[in-house]
Design a protein around this ligand. Structure first.
Ligand SMILES: NC(=O)c1ccc[n+]([C@@H]2O[C@H](COP(=O)([O-])OP(=O)(O)OC[C@H]3O[C@@H](n4cnc5c(N)ncnc54)[C@H](OP(=O)(O)O)[C@@H]3O)[C@@H](O)[C@H]2O)c1
Length: 330
């Protein structure tokens, strides 16, 4: 069994999640990629152990993470059994349901039938009695919101999850979802939207909605899947997500237009004595509404890079304007 670093809580910053009682590490680790059945389990285990040693107490999963779907939760089960046994109460483990998991009409979207069955499967795969946070992964245009929120409410009251969250919900739907929860005497703990220098939709109303309602925010793909690092400056390396057959970043998404911006951002990061990955993480964390940035990693040292971002998370107005200029193509 792993003996975690005794100093693991000394450096990490823990932010309160909205108006709740729970705090999350400013950097969390997501298991979407590189923890599946197609990946090297020893590398996945090493990354999870190292993250915990650095004070990363939050591991983010979903029913469909892999590939194949479900296998990242199985890897997490193995990590919890072999490496982090005895530390369950120091961890925040999340899972989600909302994307297709099994054939037929009950294996996708947002019905009570799907959410309850999917969480039961996730708990079995991870060998857990409960998850800390259970999310509805994406809006369902057909299921009444009352049904989806009612299912999350009942899941929390059954003890299979401690808190409920939503992911990829636009601002107006988040407002409605929270109103339904409130009418039942509960709150949405957290929202998980995509947010990075290349994907800024949350600035257009969602962050305000979350602040007004005391809901926390954990932003995903803060490095735009690796684009906002020094990785693609000279092309697509063989050991990158864009080169992997199972990676979600496709080579055609690594466009010249983006790389021109990335080069300028990289120069700017150097001026701040940071790596670009660190400046990109500091940039999403600059909002007080953002509780945590959930990163992905394929190597242990990428997790070190991310945590070091916390050494400089402040920006001058001039720097922020310069970043806006670069992103705007100026
Ligand atoms: N709710 C949702 O719908 C949703 C959707 C997507 C993701 N998520 C969550 O967000 C988590 C993170 O997503 P993501 O993996 O796309 O996040 P990301 O942090 O934007 O990208 C992570 C990838 O960037 C590269 N990288 C990271 N640090 C680096 C460094 N210092 N230098 C060079 N390259 C570096 C690595 O890719 P290489 O393989 O190229 O090394 C790494 O796997 C997921 O695991 C999941 O938990 C949620």
């Amino acid at each position: 069994m792993h003996q975690p670093d005794e100093k693991r809580y000394d450096k990490m910053k823990y932010n309160r999640c909205g108006k709740s009682g729970v705090k999350l590490p400013a950097i969390s680790l997501g298991l979407w990629q590189n923890f599946g059945g197609v990946d090297m389990l020893e590398n996945s285990r090493a990354m999870a152990r190292h993250a915990f040693d650095l004070g990363i107490t939050h591991f983010d999963l979903a029913n469909n993470y892999g590939p194949p779907p479900g296998s990242a939760e199985e890897s997490m089960g193995c990590i919890l059994k072999n490496d982090l046994r005895g530390y369950r109460d120091e961890l925040i483990i999340s899972s989600k349901a909302g994307y297709g998991m099994w054939p037929g009409p009950y294996g996708d979207w947002g019905s009570r039938k799907f959410l309850v069955a999917s969480l039961d499967q996730s708990l079995k795969r991870m060998g857990l009695d409960y998850v800390d946070i259970f999310y509805h992964h994406r809006p369902d245009p057909e299921t009444p919101l009352e049904e989806t929120m009612g299912a999350l409410y009942d899941i929390v009251h059954s003890g299979k999850a401690l808190y409920a969250g939503v992911s990829n919900y636009p601002a107006d739907l988040t407002k409605k979802a929270e109103a339904i929860m409130k009418s039942m005497g509960m709150h949405i703990l957290i929202h998980q939207p995509k947010y990075s220098m290349f994907e800024r939709w949350v600035e257009d109303g969602l962050l305000k909605e979350l602040r007004d309602n005391g809901i926390g925010c954990i932003v995903f793909s803060p490095l735009a899947q690796g684009l906002l690092t020094d990785k693609y400056l000279e092309g697509i390396p063989a050991d990158s997500r864009a080169a992997k057959p199972t990676g979600f970043l496709r080579p055609e998404q690594v466009t010249n237009e983006k790389i021109v911006k990335v080069r300028k951002l990289n120069d700017m990061a150097k001026g701040r004595e940071q790596k670009l990955a660190q400046m990109a993480l500091a940039w999403v964390l600059r909002h007080e509404e953002v509780t945590s940035a959930v990163i992905g990693a394929s190597k242990v040292d990428q997790i070190d890079d991310a945590v070091k971002a916390l050494e400089n998370v402040s920006f001058t107005d001039e720097e922020l304007k310069k970043i806006d200029g670069i992103l705007g193509g100026r």
